[in-house]
Design a protein. Sequence first.
Length: 152
Amino acid sequence: MKALIDNKYLIFVLRLAAGFFFIYAAETKLFNTAGFAQAIRAYEIIPDSLSTLPAIILPWIELYCGVFLVAGFYTRSSASVAAVLMILFTLNVLIALLRGLDIDCGCGVSISGIDRVSWSKVIENSFIILILLLISSRESFFLALENKLKNN
């Protein structure tokens, strides 16, 4: 199992998959800020008047994390920030589930095609968090821009 986890090619594929996942998630929110703000309001966690701020900021953070993961630039930091975002998103989904809300998750993208808050969404997000934590635990990365910058 350790050999599989230490496989630079597997980490490379996971890094690209996570990066493109975040780029796509950001893209769907960036072009529909009002819809994302509505999804944030549906969670009933922050006042409605504050929902626009995260709807504007979060997609940009996702986009930068995704681009940096794909490029292999600030890879560990990008994976860590993305993992924190996913943990926060997952906590919001859990809160919504425990409160009995039947709402759109507002994710913008889903591996399993689930776009509602559900236990399946929690499992899917947990899987993504584990991948991001695995990436963030690496010291070096295959085909990463940061390798070129270290050598110069």
